[in-house]
Design a protein around this ligand. Structure first.
Ligand code: ATP
Ligand code: MG
Length: 267
């Protein structure tokens, strides 16, 4: 059974009546990886936010269906959503610093997730948080535990945020431009980390990126979005080697300079 399934999802801004996402469908199996690519403003983040139950104010899923672990999310109360977020579905976004409280240590924020979402005692939560910091390959995890966000580099912050996102053992992790702000080497390390988490824990991934090389490296299937429409979707090798849509061809041309081939050959 799919862990996350979107069926013809449409998203509308009720403040002005505009529809911004015009029908997105995909099914993600446990341990699967789907990519979403497309130009800025094409509706990638709104689609993810709908799956997380965190659409901006006035935005609604106006049609279609979202199923999380088999459950239709349409009727969920705020409290039920809160219980699912972190434990079933979780996310990391660009700009990790803005998701951490600058006045609390990184470790205590991860431990808090484990206490609240998993009901762990203080000491067990601390131990688990240090394990997680090690799992995201931060050196000296016990030291990092006690550091404040401003003491860490962008790459270390993003790793810490991934640790927080997986702390309550979700089944699905959405990475929305999660590596975009990082330099190329760090970006590659974080992508490796995500691939390993998927392999080792069966975590399913939704990877949003404007960078086709990122999607080529990580994903099995990909959706190409433009202006709220999915113009093309399918297996990564198929879509990136034999694009059917002119827009996909343009995206690929733009990315050839970044060495897309190298990832396709490896996958
Ligand atoms: N909070 C909001 N208020 C008003 N309009 C919004 C809001 N969030 C998104 N939109 C609009 O919805 C459309 C889709 O936005 P979305 O953020 O999903 O795009 P995106 O594909 O994630 O783009 P990017 O690659 O720049 O992140 C855009 O036209 C955007 O202006
Ligand atoms: Mg976005």
């Amino acid at each position: 059974m799919s862990i996350l399934e979107l069926e013809n999802v449409r998203i509308r801004n009720d403040a002005d009546g505009r529809e911004l996402v015009h029908g997105v469908s995909f099914a993600l199996q446990p341990g699967g990886v789907v990519g979403i690519v497309g130009e800025s403003g094409s509706g990638k983040t709104l689609t993810c936010r709908a799956a997380l139950g965190i659409l901006p104010e006035h935005f609604v899923v106006s049609d279609g269906r979202i199923r999380l672990d088999g459950q239709d999310v349409a009727g969920l109360t705020r409290r039920q959503w809160t219980a699912l977020r972190g434990t079933t579905i979780s996310a990391v976004f660009q700009d990790p610093a803005s998701y951490l409280n600058p006045s609390l240590t990184v470790g205590s924020q991860i431990a808090e997730v484990i206490r609240v979402k998993r009901g762990a005692k203080r000491r067990a939560a601390r131990e688990r948080a240090i394990e997680l910091l090690a799992a995201v390959r931060l050196r000296d995890p016990a030291v990092v535990y006690g550091q404040y966000p401003h003491e860490l580099s962008g790459g270390m912050l993003q790793r810490s945020l991934i640790a927080a996102a997986i702390a309550a053992e979700p089944r699905v992790l959405i990475a929305d431009e999660a590596t975009t702000a990082l330099d190329v080497t760090v970006q590659a390390e974080i992508l490796d980390l995500l691939a390993d988490l998927r392999r080792d824990t069966g975590l399913a991934l939704v990877v949003v990126s404007h960078d086709l090389a990122v999607v080529a490296q990580l994903c099995e299937r990909v959706l190409v979005m433009r202006a709220g429409e999915v113009v093309e979707q399918g297996r990564v090798e198929q879509v990136l080697h034999q694009p059917r849509h002119e827009y996909t061809r343009l995206l690929i041309e733009e990315h050839e300079a970044y060495g897309l081939e190298r990832y396709l050959v490896a996958s």
